[in-house]
Ligand binder design. Structure first.
Ligand SMILES: Nc1ncnc2c1ncn2[C@@H]1O[C@H](COP(=O)(O)OP(=O)(O)O)[C@@H](O)[C@H]1O
Ligand SMILES: [Mg+2]
Length: 312
């Protein structure tokens, strides 16, 4: 089971759109996929289930917040598999009799407070105790996903992260085999990519250094799969000049960049969440739509190949 976090400090860069479409396409071609929504804005959750349904059925005890609450209250955590829900609408679009599935662990608007509560568990009577607590708090999701992997046979878990670098995001990074970075090709986003990479490297070395105090500790080493550019404006079959410049600039950084990207189309991408089915699985009715679906499929093919294959 491969664990991939979808991360960017910035909000509104397409993280959730990338996550939902990659997950849906992977499920369509036969992979067993779990998406974990860790963003308090719960956009991924509400792209797969309606707010009413979430409110009536999931909110109380079937969100990732219930799991984090166990930690902050000092209780044993629930198994993550208790929190899984299979959204029927998107799953009804998958080929009948195939192996693929798309499951969800939903988010909760109250997740915004979880970070503060977790932060109170850090620190300790002495430096050694602080380091032990640091590993405990930041390594929780990793342990829980290892346990989930033993119970459920998912090929991949995709984690949609919040637009910050709090303890929740750090848990996702530590738990990950690979990191996918959606970004818009503009000035601030390009700056943000280098900063994100630096922060991730610092986190990983600190975690491994503190962890080395424990003989049973396993080093973590998440790999950056690459940057995927989103909201690309196409003129004459290529990105507009301003965007091309930032794409080229990112390619010169020491970070992989995907060949395929997500084109901008406000109508098509903005309407899909309301329907609870990602763009890539919707029946297309015109050439613009089918062109976008072809591009999403091409991106997912590249994603599988860069990730070194799934489900092995
Ligand atoms: N390729 C795209 N073209 C046009 N609009 C997009 C595209 N991708 C995302 N959007 C829109 O931009 C907004 C932010 O996207 P979202 O995926 O939620 O970003 P994030 O998760 O990074 O905050 C949403 O309203 C979404 O519908
Ligand atoms: Mg989002």
């Amino acid at each position: 089971m491969k664990i991939v976090s979808v991360i960017n400090y910035k909000g509104g860069v397409g993280k959730t759109t990338v996550t939902s479409n990659v997950a849906a396409q992977l499920a369509y071609i036969g992979y067993r996929v779990l998406v974990l929504d860790m963003d308090a804005q719960a956009s991924l959750t509400f792209s797969l289930v309606t707010p009413d349904f979430w409110d009536n059925t999931l909110r109380e005890d079937k969100t990732i917040k219930s799991w984090f609450d166990c930690i902050s209250e000092g209780e044993t955590t629930l198994p993550l598999s208790d929190l899984v829900y299979t959204p029927p609408k998107v799953n009804s679009k998958l080929p009948r009799g195939g192996n693929g599935c798309l499951d969800l662990i939903s988010s909760h608007l109250g997740l915004i407070n979880v970070d503060l509560e977790l932060a109170t568990l850090l620190g300790g009577a002495n430096l050694k105790q602080s380091k032990v607590n640091y590993i405990k708090v930041h390594g929780k999701l990793k342990s829980a996903l290892v346990e989930l992997g033993e119970r459920n046979n998912y090929d991949i878990v995709l984690i949609d992260c919040p637009p910050n670098f709090n303890i929740v995001t750090k848990n996702a990074i530590i738990a990950s085999d690979q990191i996918l970075i959606p970004a818009k090709p503009d000035y601030l986003s390009t700056l943000g990519i280098e900063y994100l990479q630096r922060s991730m490297n610092e986190l990983i070395s600190e975690f491994n250094e503190f962890g080395s105090l424990d003989d049973n500790f396993e080093t973590v080493d998440p790999e950056v799969l690459g940057v995927v550019f989103t909201m690309i404006q196409i003129r004459n079959q290529e990105p507009i000049a301003a965007q091309k410049q930032y794409i080229a600039q990112t390619r010169r950084l020491d970070i992989p960049v995907f060949e395929n990207n997500f084109r901008e189309n406000k109508t098509i991408f903005a309407e899909a969440p309301q329907d609870c089915v990602p763009v890539v699985l919707n029946g297309y009715s015109n050439p613009t739509y089918s062109g976008i679906v072809d591009e999403l499929e091409a991106f997912v093919t590249e994603f599988i190949s860069r990730s070194g294959g799934l489900g092995e």
